[in-house]
Write a protein that binds this ligand. Structure first.
Ligand SMILES: [Mn+2]
Length: 510
């Protein structure tokens, strides 16, 4: 389906529409245009910090220094590494090394082990991607051994930064604040092509579509907000995917939707994932992909089995589920699945040897940490985030934990989040076509929901009809049974085509 491109005058938009756009960081004509037309034309130009990094790399290349690209073992880290590797291979005849550290053996970021590998290889310059922002000591160690380091990363910096050249949008914005590692690496590549090769973004990405595809895969995998430059990288990456003849990337295209196609690559087999992306022939790519798919399939099957073994307790209404035989590698998946299935905060408790562990998951903004805090006399430790946490129970306390915690969880009421209040008259075809152009929806760009207060409703032929004194609005879909009231507060979801009555509540007025 082709998008009908319309222009919208930001200043002319109604207040509630501006309010809803602001939730997607759209606050003026420029941000609106960038959002509605997610093309490379709307990337920000390199700033002085990015140019400084480009200058450093440029002189390293002209001095024929040996460069090592340092990545990370997750998908964003692997694709960022490949992206910068491809860029430097295009721009210089030098041999480039890569290094993907093992988080389990070496921790996050730079490691002495990897730096020693670099020293042995005669490396002069390490450029990190998607990592290294907190590697203060390791940068010191590398420098002491005569290696230069450039850090490119997107992770949250701690108070003390490594004493070296750093490119990180969380420290000094040179692009969108929430770029993934792949987004940061792409912006660096783009600037390198511009300054070393005098090529504009459209020109060089047309020649090497694999680079924007890798940036897109990293951006999707890291689940960063699909806004601003990330939206551009995803849209342009998808376009590039249509034209690539790279063995592995074209295979991903043939697998259908990219989100599903990359799932098997995420199964914690980083060496295989790397081998997949660097496969030299289609046959090799197919072989490796099948192997990854089989491993991923087995894992999914076991995760499902572990979930099903708890189904009985769920049906009994328990919110704290206990299975001493639950396998730890599926615990977090089982907890997530239970939360989604119940649409309710839950805890899943299991054992590893003599230790009783638990995982908590909750929808929305429910605070599980507050629940754990209130029973901390039963716990040996706990931590994490409000909607996703882990803990260790004291021996023999499972039943007491369940008895005390379940009442605290059972009071949870799902809350509907809405973008802005609106009046019936505001739901116009113009608003629908604006929303149509805001597709595709995804993280931080969800399908917009408006709250329309105090309207009358009736049902005709299965369709809900909302009306006030001036306007009547007919909706095609009803997701909930109507309340026993003639006047309601209606939550209306728009997706550019349909108007969906998501939920409605009694209007309680004096
Ligand atoms: Mn990342």
């Amino acid at each position: 389906m082709g998008k009908k491109e319309m222009s919208f005058d930001f200043e002319g938009l109604a207040t509630h529409i501006k309010e809803f756009l602001a939730k997607r960081d759209i606050v003026d004509q420029e941000t609106l245009d960038r959002f509605l037309h997610p093309t490379f034309d709307h990337l920000r130009s390199p700033d002085t910090k990015l140019i400084k990094v480009v200058e450093e790399i440029k002189s390293a290349i002209s001095e024929e220094k040996k460069i090592l690209i340092w990545g990370d073992e997750d998908m964003d880290g692997i694709t960022s590494t490949l992206l910068l590797l491809r860029t430097l291979q295009e721009l210089s005849p030098l041999e480039i090394e890569t290094y993907i550290p093992s988080r389990r053996k070496e921790g996050y970021g730079l490691s002495k082990k990897g730096i020693k590998f670099g020293i042995d290889k005669g490396i002069d310059l390490i450029i990190t991607v998607d990592s290294g922002i907190n590697s203060v000591d390791e940068v010191e160690y590398a420098k002491k051994n005569g290696l230069d380091v450039i850090i490119t990363d997107h992770h949250e910096p701690k108070k003390i930064l490594p004493d070296t050249l750093i490119l990180n949008p969380k420290i000094s914005p040179f692009g969108y604040d929430y770029l993934a590692g792949g987004g940061v690496a792409f912006k660096l590549s783009d600037a390198l092509f511009e300054y070393l090769d005098s090529r504009g973004t459209k020109e060089w990405t047309g020649r090497i579509p694999e680079i924007p595809i890798l940036a897109m895969i990293g951006t999707i995998s890291d689940r960063v907000p699909r806004l601003d430059e990330n939206r551009i990288l995803i849209e342009e990456g998808l376009k590039a995917l249509e034209i690539t003849d790279d063995p592995s990337l074209s295979l991903l295209r043939e697998k259908g939707g990219i989100g599903v196609a990359i799932e098997p690559l995420n199964s914690g087999r980083e060496q295989l994932t790397w081998d997949f992306f660097t496969a030299s022939t289609k046959e090799k790519a197919i072989d490796i992909y099948s192997e990854l798919e089989a491993k991923h399939g087995y894992w999914s099957l076991k995760a499902r089995e572990n979930f099903l073994s708890l189904k009985g307790q769920i049906e009994e209404g328990h919110l704290v589920l206990f299975d001493p035989d639950l396998d730890v590698q599926y615990a977090s998946s089982v907890a997530n699945r239970t939360k989604d299935y119940r649409n309710h905060p839950v805890f899943v408790v299991y054992t590893i040897g003599d230790t009783i562990r638990g995982e908590g998951r909750a929808p929305g903004d429910f605070d599980l940490l507050a629940v754990l805090e209130s029973v901390d006399d039963l716990l040996l430790d706990y931590g994490g985030h409000k909607p996703a946490c882990g803990f260790t129970l004291r021996e023999g306390k499972v039943e007491e934990f369940r008895e005390r915690v379940e009442p605290l969880l059972s009071g949870y009421q799902p809350k509907i989040h809405y973008d802005a209040r609106a009046k019936l008259e505001d739901i116009t075809p113009d608003l629908q076509s604006l929303i149509m152009q805001m597709r595709p929806f995804g993280k931080n760009n969800y399908q917009p929901v408006f709250l329309i207060e105090n309207v009358n409703y009736r049902i005709e032929d299965g369709a809900a009809i909302l009306s006030d004194s001036e306007v009547t609005l007919k909706m095609d879909k009803i997701k909930e049974k109507p309340p026993l009231s003639e006047v309601v507060d209606a939550y209306v979801q728009l997706d550019g085509e349909d108007i969906i009555l998501l939920s409605w509540e009694w209007t309680e007025r004096e």
